[in-house]
Design a protein around this ligand. Structure first.
Ligand SMILES: Nc1ncnc2c1ncn2[C@@H]1O[C@H](COP(=O)(O)OP(=O)(O)O)[C@@H](O)[C@H]1O
Ligand SMILES: [Mg+2]
Length: 276
C-alpha cells in the first residue's frame, strides 16, 4: 500500500439509515441502521475486499458510494472531491467513473436487447458525442478484452452461460472507462471453476487499466485470492481491517475467525494413482 499517496476513495464515519414502513392495520416506521460509522480508504489500482454475513451492510456501502442509499452521516471523498455533498447533476461524472457489477448478470440486463446494445448502454449515457461506428468499434474491442467472440454483438443474453453473461456485464462496466468498480458478490453465483476464470479476468483488467475494485463477497476463499486489503463487517460496523495476508494468517477479531472457520478447505490428496 502506498500510504503516502492520497487514496482514490475515502469513506469517513459513514452511516446509512433506512426507513421501512411496517405494520398492517396500524402503520409505523422502523429505522434500520444498516451502516454505522464506517471508515476506510481504497487505494488506486488495488482491490479492497468487503466481507461479512448476509445483512451485515456490505451492499449498502456500495449503494451509498453511488448515492443510492440514504446517508445519515459521514463523508465520501473521491479523488479529493467530497462526492457525498454533490447534487445529482454535479455527481453525474462520477456515475461514469464508478461502475458496479452485480451477482446476477441476467437480472441486470434487458433480455430483449442484443449484447451490442447492452454493452454500449453506458456510452450512450456518458459519451453522447461518440459516433455509432466508433461505438461499435469500442464494443467489439471490449468483447475481445473480456474473452468473448466479436460476433456476440448480435446475440442475446439467453444464448450465453452464467460466466459469459458476467463477462458481458464486465464489458458493459468497462465501456465508460471507469477507475473504480464495485463488484457486489459478482462471482458468488458461479461454479468454482468459472469463479476462478472471472477473478483472473478482473485481475488482468486491473493490471492493464489500473482499475480499483471494491470486492464485496461472503466467500473468504475468493477474497483471499484477489484482495490486497480486507474489511470485515458485522452488523453495520467494520470490526477488522488489514491486509489480506494478516486477515488470513492472524485474524484479530473473533468474528473474522468465525468467518474463516466457515470456509470449506479442500482435503489434501496424498496420492492420485491409476488412470481416470
Ligand atoms: N432498501 C432498503 N430498505 C430497508 N432496509 C434495507 C434496504 N436495503 C437493505 N436493508 C437492510 O439493511 C441491512 C443491510 O443490508 P445489505 O446492505 O443488503 O447487506 P449485505 O449486502 O451485507 O447482505 C439489512 O438488515 C437489510 O435488510
Ligand atoms: Mg449484499
Amino acid at each position: 500500500m502506498e500510504k503516502s499517496e492520497t487514496p482514490l476513495l475515502q469513506v469517513e464515519n459513514l452511516s446509512v439509515t433506512y426507513k421501512a414502513r411496517r405494520g398492517g392495520f396500524i402503520k409505523y416506521t422502523e429505522l434500520i441502521h444498516a451502516v454505522r460509522g464506517v471508515s476506510f480508504k481504497a487505494w488506486r489500482g488495488k482491490t479492497l475486499g468487503l466481507v461479512g454475513e448476509s445483512g451485515s451492510g456490505k451492499s449498502t456501502i456500495g449503494k451509498a458510494i453511488l448515492r443510492l442509499a440514504p446517508l445519515a452521516g459521514g463523508t465520501i471523498t473521491y479523488e479529493e472531491e467530497t462526492i457525498s455533498r454533490l447534487d445529482e447533476k454535479a455527481f453525474m461524472p462520477y456515475r461514469k467513473k464508478i461502475q458496479t457489477i452485480f451477482q446476477d448478470p441476467y437480472a441486470s440486463m434487458n433480455p430483449r436487447l442484443p449484447i451490442g446494445s447492452i454493452v454500449s448502454e453506458p456510452l450512450i449515457v456518458h459519451a453522447k458525442e461518440m459516433s455509432k461506428a466508433d461505438r461499435l468499434e469500442r464494443v467489439a474491442d471490449l468483447l475481445d478484452k473480456v474473452g468473448l467472440p466479436r460476433d456476440a454483438i448480435n446475440r442475446y443474453p439467453h444464448q450465453f452461460s452464467g460466466g459469459q453473461r458476467q463477462r458481458i456485464c464486465i464489458a458493459r462496466a468497462l465501456s465508460s472507462q471507469p477507475d473504480f468498480i464495485i463488484c457486489d458478490e459478482c462471482v458468488s453465483a458461479l461454479d468454482v471453476s468459472v469463479q476462478a476464470q472471472i477473478v483472473n479476468l478482473l485481475q488482468d483488467l486491473q493490471e492493464e487499466f489500473g482499475i480499483t475494485y471494491l470486492f464485496i463477497a461472503h466467500d473468504l476463499a475468493v477474497v483471499e485470492h484477489i484482495c490486497h486489503d480486507v474489511l470485515v463487517m458485522e452488523d453495520g460496523v467494520i470490526v477488522e481491517q488489514a491486509d489480506s495476508e494478516s486477515i488470513y494468517h492472524s485474524p484479530q477479531h473473533p468474528y473474522t475467525r468465525k468467518l474463516l472457520d466457515a470456509v470449506p478447505r479442500m482435503p489434501t490428496i496424498v496420492s492420485v494413482g491409476g488412470a481416470e
